[in-house]
Design a binder for this molecule. Structure first.
Ligand code: COA
Length: 156
């Protein structure tokens, strides 16, 4: 990790503008303000982030349903990647999920997204299936990955 301090925090309605800006830097089909606002207001999902002063360096969104977590998205600001921020954020989220009694975590990732797959594999996620041609923009497959949180103890 770099010397700069990053503060882990739960994000809310006041962070929507920063989340939208980060999304558009990271994804070709970014989530919009309304998606974040509604989800946060209605407590449909949780969003956690790493703050660097007033700026948002990274974020991760997830659903918690019964005893399972669904990681919706994780993104690190482009200039800050490959410095351990993604690992730090995901590690914190998995620890919190485990403390809240989650027994498994699931996610979908683009077949071409090797950096993300490696990040997930580092924490013990395993590929358990494929959704063929899942992404309408490129027609590429989604890999389904699952972490058995009862076996793993938040490694990474
Ligand atoms: C995926 C992402 C969140 C990783 O964040 P990061 O801060 O760069 O991750 P870390 O520095 O903690 O690296 C974690 C692991 O990922 C892998 N990794 C990260 N970047 C990589 C790259 N460019 N190529 C190959 N592996 C990479 C490595 O295995 C690394 O572990 P190691 O450092 O112990 O070798 C970041 O690349 C990102 O924001 N990508 C764009 C958004 C995205 O695709 N999100 C995933 C949606 S499913």
């Amino acid at each position: 990790m770099t010397e700069v301090k990053y503060v882990f925090d739960r994000l809310g309605a006041d962070d929507v503008d920063a989340l939208v800006a980060l999304e558009s830097e990271c994804f070709s089909h970014p989530w919009g303000a309304e998606q974040f606002r509604l989800g946060l207001e209605r407590k449909v999902f949780y969003v956690f982030g790493l703050r660097h002063g007033d700026a948002l360096a990274a974020y991760c969104s997830l659903y918690l349903v019964a005893d399972e977590a669904e990681i919706l998205n994780i993104a690190v600001r482009p200039g800050l990647r490959e410095a351990g921020l993604g690992s730090h954020l995901l590690g914190m989220i998995l620890q919190i999920s485990a403390k809240m009694g989650m027994k498994a975590a699931h996610l979908e990732v683009r077949a071409s997204n090797v950096p993300a797959q490696r990040l997930y594999a580092k924490f013990g996620f395993e590929q358990v299936g494929v959704r063929p041609k899942y992404y309408p923009d490129t027609g590429e497959d989604a890999f389904l990955m699952t972490l058995d949180m009862e076996k793993s103890s938040g490694r990474g």
